[in-house]
Design a protein. Sequence first.
Length: 199
Amino acid sequence: MVPVKRLIDVTVAASLLVLGAPVFAATALLVYADVGRPLLFRQRRVGLGGRVFELVKFRTMRSAVDRDGRPLPDAARLTRIGRLIRASSLDELPQLINVLRGDMSLVGPRPLLVEYLSRYSPEQARRHEVQPGITGLAQVAGRNALSWPEKFALDIYYVDHRSLALDLQILARTVAAVVKREGISAAGEATMPPFRGER
């Protein structure tokens, strides 16, 4: 029997992909005009039980590198159009495909980089006890304006208190957070500084 949460994920994700097709297409055209191809940014992230999967988002940064071939800082690569797409969370739309694939849920801790795996404390690693989400408690409580310890504390709170009622509350708060466009980046950062582990 399909769990209720999974049934809701598939139903909502499929519906949003169909109903939001014009928005999806318009965003794709904006990305193409701004940074060209490929339209999608693909990156390996960590999901349920530490399983690695490929997350997809709309690109918001140029593929600019320094003389040694290393990518420039986010602030130097993030375009004006990219900032607008991020501010409205339109870059997250392709992750509905991740939801349909079963990599992600609509609600859960945000999936983070593979390189962070070895940096978590045992408590922080508990975030992988549930499916990662497009939105989550940390996203509606401050997003990138929160520190890493604050984010992880909210992730673990979600793991310990997850329920359909909490998911619905987070989804409702997500709509408000997107409208307000708060917490898009950390103070002094274009996005969020890397997680270096506990010190």
